[in-house]
Write a protein that binds this ligand. Structure first.
Ligand SMILES: [Zn+2]
Ligand SMILES: [Zn+2]
Length: 450
């Protein structure tokens, strides 16, 4: 630590240790205090009361110290991360900051007394999937990692979303299945943040040479952490929220979750898909997807991976084993091979968030089925869906408006590199939630259901 740090401690012997305590509000923090933080040798994590506007602090620090700090909101406080050049790759941090400040609406001000929330970030990975859950306990679970390659584009976007909520390591990584758009970014991500537990359906089958090689790399990474191979009915032991596995490895939940189990009228006209046995890639990975219901007391949501149409029938027919949700994370990028009426209608979501790419998922049929959900107030989209024309939601509900064809990671140069935008769901224990589009700050509050 620098000499300044020692001076300060000597002068204020009665002050608690800065590394572990809440410092005074910004108004009483002087320049010396801030310098002192920057002068320390390693990253510090300091919680600030929410009455402090984080952007003021961040701008101050960036103005004076060249962008070596990040402030973020977490529950009832901001988290200030300050690192010096020795501890942090400067260029990486600048990139992170530019991403954060491109999406500033959430960074401007948080109100004092804000409640704890389950925060869900639907991250743009260009037609892949990556969804970060941060429990009110502070524990985190990332579901899928986006694509590999592109100098860690998708991993960087995940890190930026995590930083927005003060998360610097992952308690759980759930890989729904072993397709490149879901598993591919895991290794680059592990180079950027520690991952402690790996959750998946076991091992891949008939993945082809390249797919198998990618799986082997993932399996090696997984071997360095703890591995949980899940089956329907299992709980992910993340603290503060209830994560129940409803499908995995081709099996689906048979016993209904609490409050579910009613006959599902949408099963009557179900038309099976002949091609459900294998995905377009020729393997059965999509139908092996791990799917889960995530609940924070009264709030419920569902995440499906790429679970296929016919598996939805097994899960939801003749009786619905899942029950209703407040927010529906649209299955399989909104592709036409998932998201049947039998799945979607009984969920009765108030909001749906679709992680599509410009030309990946976002199928006309998906929009049409969602149109039938009478409870649905808004469909939020991660990308404008080029082929869906005027079915697209109004722009304010869409996080990324570019129309480039950049979902084929392995063989095309994506147009959309650099900064991107996410959609966040912030849920309260009473079932209410707020959805925010980081591109334009547009947000919508959904009060508790009566
Ligand atoms: Zn996929
Ligand atoms: Zn897939």
């Amino acid at each position: 630590m620098g000499p300044f740090f020692r001076t300060r401690i000597l002068r204020h012997k009665d002050e608690p240790d800065l590394r572990s305590s809440i410092p005074p509000p910004l108004e009483t923090v002087d320049r010396h205090f801030l310098r002192l933080l920057v002068d320390t040798n390693s990253a510090l994590k300091v919680n600030y009361p929410c009455s402090v506007a984080s952007v003021t602090l961040a701008q101050y620090l960036n103005g004076h110290y060249g962008g070596r700090s990040v402030t973020t909101r977490r529950r009832d406080s901001f988290i200030l991360l300050v690192r010096n050049e020795a501890a942090m790759d400067y260029h990486r941090l600048m990139r992170l900051l530019s991403l954060l400040f491109a999406a500033t609406s959430i960074m401007l001000v948080a109100q004092a007394g804000e409640q704890s929330s389950l925060d869900i970030y639907v991250i743009d990975v260009e037609g892949g999937e990556a969804t970060l859950f941060v429990s009110p306990s502070g524990e985190s679970m990332l579901v899928d990692t986006g694509w590999p390659g592109f100098n860690g584009r998708d991993a960087d976007r995940i890190v930026a979303a995590a930083a927005d909520v003060g998360v610097t390591e992952l308690n759980y990584l759930l890989v729904t299945h072993f397709h490149t758009d879901h598993m591919g970014g895991a290794i680059q991500l592990s180079e950027r943040m520690p991952i402690h537990h790996f959750i998946d359906h076991g091992s891949g089958t008939n993945l082809g040479e390249r797919g198998q090689a990618a799986f082997d790399r993932y399996a090696q990474l997984r071997g360095g952490g703890k591995h949980l191979q899940v089956k329907p009915g299992d709980r992910v032991p993340i603290e503060g929220i209830d994560v129940r596995i409803i499908a995995s490895g081709g099996d689906v939940l048979r016993e209904p979750l609490a409050g579910a189990g009613d006959p599902n009228p949408a099963c009557r006209d179900f038309v099976f898909h002949g091609e459900d046995i294998t995905s377009r890639g020729g393997d059965a990975e999509d139908q092996l997807s791990v799917s889960a219901v995530v609940a924070y007391e009264k709030f419920r949501t569902i995440i499906m991976g790429d679970l296929t149409w016919n598996k939805e029938y097994d899960l939801m027919c003749p009786n619905d084993t899942v029950g209703t949700v407040d927010a529906y994370l649209v299955s399989h990028h909104g592709a036409h091979t998932s998201g049947s009426e039998a799945l979607v209608l009984p969920l009765q979501p108030r909001a749906a968030i679709m992680n599509n790419g410009p030309k990946k998922g976002g199928a006309m049929q998906t929009f049409e089925i969602l149109d039938q959900v009478s409870s649905l107030e808004h469909l939020w989209q991660n990308h404008y869906a080029v082929d869906a024309g005027n079915h697209n939601s109004p722009d304010r509900f869409i996080a990324n408006l570019d129309t480039g064809d950049n979902n084929a990671a392995a063989n095309s140069q994506p147009a959309h590199m650099g900064a991107s935008h996410w959609i966040r769901v912030s849920a309260q224990s009473d079932g209410s939630f707020t959805v925010t589009n980081s591109r334009n700050g547009h947000r919508q509050h959904y009060p508790p259901r009566p």
